[in-house]
Design a protein around this ligand. Structure first.
Ligand code: G3P
Length: 214
């Protein structure tokens, strides 16, 4: 299973990368707005730190506008993946990107049938937003299970990138379902490292070590 970090904060990216567990990065306009710097500058800085896929989102609402942005973004670095919203215009742009060899991450997916359309349009990744669906009393992980089944049934190569991950259980369930990628904020990645028995065990080892003659 691949782990991407879901942030535009270069310090968080460096911290997670140093743990040796990061395969890529996802950003979105809200995450970029949080860092308060130019999108291009932040994107290039991220690509200097991470060799794997780095998702950068378009903000146009027409296929034509999305394609203009997609071509510009893809030309910046080889590892940039263009993030496209799951609307009809976005599917048109996804198809055109696929034909031009531009990798895509189709985002804002909230149903398995939306994911089916994205795969048919040639998406490289599909991003089901599990946390936001859970927030609305939906079942984010049931959606991911359905997407995995549907893609398996028809042999689609689109990778399932579980997004809007809020806690380690989302990651555990995604891994059990065989989702290709989970994109998590640094806080969730750090939560995954923790177990109370690891902490108490380490404290005991260190205390006992004090008794060892030096
Ligand atoms: O990058 C997209 C997604 O992961 C956003 O998550 O926490 O804003 O719902 P969230």
């Amino acid at each position: 299973m691949k782990f991407f970090i879901d942030t535009a904060d270069i310090n968080d990216i460096k911290e997670a990368t140093a743990m040796g567990i990061i395969d890529g990065v996802t950003t979105n306009p809200s995450l970029v707005a949080k860092v308060g710097r130019s999108f291009r500058e932040v994107l290039l800085e991220i690509c200097d730190v991470v060799d794997g896929p780095v998702s950068a989102e378009v903000v146009s609402e027409t296929a034509e506008g999305m394609m203009k942005e997609a071509r510009e973004l893809a030309a910046l670095r080889d590892n940039i993946v263009v993030k496209i919203p799951l609307i009809a215009e976005g599917l048109k742009a996804t198809r055109m990107c696929s034909e031009e060899g531009i990798k895509t991450n189709v985002t804002l997916c909230f149903s398995a049938t939306q994911a089916l359309l994205a795969a048919k349009a040639g998406a490289t990744y599909i991003s089901p937003f599990v946390g936001r669906l859970d927030d609305q009393s939906g079942d984010g992980m049931a959606m991911v299970a359905d997407i995995c089944d549907i893609y398996e049934n028809y042999g689609f190569t689109t990778e399932v990138l579980v997004a809007s991950v809020r806690h380690p259980m989302h990651v555990l369930e995604a891994a059990k379902m065989g989702a290709h990628v989970a994109t998590c904020p640094l806080s969730v990645l750090l939560q995954l490292t923790k177990h109370p028995l690891t902490e108490s065990g380490l404290a005991k080892f260190l205390k006992d070590w004090e008794k060892v003659p030096k």
